[in-house]
Design a binder for this molecule. Sequence first.
Ligand SMILES: Nc1ncnc2c1ncn2[C@@H]1O[C@H](COP(=O)(O)OP(=O)(O)O)[C@@H](O)[C@H]1O
Ligand SMILES: [Mg+2]
Length: 692
Amino acid sequence: MSARDQFFNSDGGTAGIGLGIEIGESSTSQVGRGVYNATTVPMTNASSWRNGQTNTATKTTPTAIATTTASQLVAVKQTPLESVAEDEEDLDQMDALSNLPPRDAVDIEFRDLSLTVKLGFNRGEKEILHNVCGKFPGGQLIAIMGPSGAGKSTLLDALSGFKTTGVDGSILLNGRRRDLPSFRRMSCYITQDDRLQPLLTVSENMHIAADLKLGENVTYEEKERRIEDILLLLGLYDHDQTLTMRLSGGQKKRLSIAMELINNPTVMFLDEPTTGLDSSSCTKVLELLKRLTSQGRTIICTIHQPTAKLFQIFDQVYVLSAGNCVYQGGTQKMVPFLHSVELPCPMYHNPADYIIELACGEYGFDKIDTLKSASENGSCLTWFNDPGSVLRAETLMRKHPIPRRKKNVSMENTSFMNQCSVLLRRGYIKARRDTTMTHLRIIVNIAVAVLYGAMYDRSGREGSRVLDNYNLLFAILMHHSMTTMMLTVLTFPIEMTILIKEHFNRWYSLKAYYFALTLIDLPITLLSTLLFTVIIYLWSYQPLEWVRFWMFFAISLLIVFVGQSIGLIIGAWFDVVNGTFLAPVLTIPMMMFAGFGVTLRDLPSYLKWGSHISHLRYGLEGFIAAIYGLNRGTLACDEAPYCHYRYPKKFLEEITMRGDQFWKDIIALCVMMFIFRLGAYIVLKAKIKSIR
Ligand SMILES: Nc1ncnc2c1ncn2[C@@H]1O[C@H](COP(=O)(O)OP(=O)(O)O)[C@@H](O)[C@H]1O
Ligand SMILES: [Mg+2]
């Protein structure tokens, strides 16, 4: 019996080692079988992850197995004691699994599905999926395979409803046309990159997910129980106090799955859940998914190039080549299929590798056409594991009642208030641990204030140093506007990727997110600005009057808010590289229009409008009003024999500012802040829409 036969004829739940270890029909075949038995364990035994331990079998890679000699095998074989311990662990895991309520399986079918993307202005369009068909029976683990660029992620995006623009064709659920809002309520999408909050522990991430995804009606005990169950099931229980950023790749992937499992979705889409993981983590992730399907969940994942061992974990595969379907059917039927189209899989070859080589065109592009027509671009059901049991759409329709229509139900599971309070809690935990946004920001504010203080010591009271003081005011303005803007531009794009995932998976509405984002930053902004203002105000000997101090502080604060809002607009729309370029480039004209280099009087008449839209102009005018306005008296003149600007009025005339415009400046800055904040929200919304 060849290893291929062993592979496809493996009975019961026994997982076969793949074809990379093909053993001939000579006398070594007995050893081969020995390898097979000793290194493979039934599916339920293969995933003892609790306590972060892996059994010997799952750690052994096919290559290692191939070189294992018969004598080594004896050592590998488990002692009865070990298997008893493992059995107990498995029992625990099965218990954990049984606490997740089973789901009614959902059949997914798509017909003539095509997806077109716009290539940009005047560049036309490009069709990525070309009228593909397919059927994914409920309760199965389905792999979408294909070479890189074949359209796997695109198909997943279209099926999950993540992409809606440019999608043509029909997608049926249990025979009925997909109703996207209700489908989104029963499904989840786990992206290829793990978009997790790095500064939260596993447990905190899970609790936040539970509070956002389960309604307030679910009791604390119930939430706790679910979290415990899922963490046990996914082998993360012992790492629940670990910060997410310190988790390994496989653990991050499992945490991504764990967080979506909380509200027990019926259909799960995963984009390349195994890419970047070592072979043992891959096996763990896939075996977990396989177990989840046994409860009625339909799990569809894209996979790049699975090993033979991973390949046979799947129930069904769907192979894409340049946007066309080249095979659809059971994993075990792929070799017979290839045989039927006279493209037999060579000996010593993993069929998964072989079909991908075919799909790449390595054996000629005519082969792709042969495969495409043999699989009827996904319509052919002949190669399904049990073609007789595949139900037609009409039968499925009759079998499943029409779902009740829910009116005016929001996409999110919990109320706006709950979303805000959970997001605020998460924001608070993050802010406490965030070295950049919190610690560094406060330190930078103190450090810059000290530096400016040392540089402009006493410049506020001296008549001979009025110009120095004027420079200081402008420097403060730039500091407030640039630091927060750049911080936001640099950090928000990362936050944005998490937002897109969580928002699509209906954790919270954009409104709640934005509200929490605005609110959570307030205390840090207030504190850092206050610290800065106190240090610089006192050190540079600005007039010691409360009213002037608060005026100065108010302008500083508003400038920070405006800068931050501009940063948000840029950060929401552009990536870090473009944002980092754009933010300073946009600030320079604002600086020019501020009235600092060229006075407002001397601005050419056709550029006067610029000073009305420059927040820095209002900021500078506000500072001047706070320091030199309110009819400030004559300044001291101790350091020089002659002080040209001893009389503030003279200085104000020189810089063409009146010093009584404070309230106008405050109103202008408030209006700007409001407009930019609203603008950032609109940009955020548009960005999310444009991606879909
Ligand atoms: N927005 C887009 N604009 C242009 N081409 C795109 C766009 N999205 C995807 N593509 C192209 O479509 C093909 C399929 O992409 P994708 O589904 O990501 O492939 P994969 O199978 O590797 O997941 C690739 O050639 C990719 O370059
Ligand atoms: Mg992809």
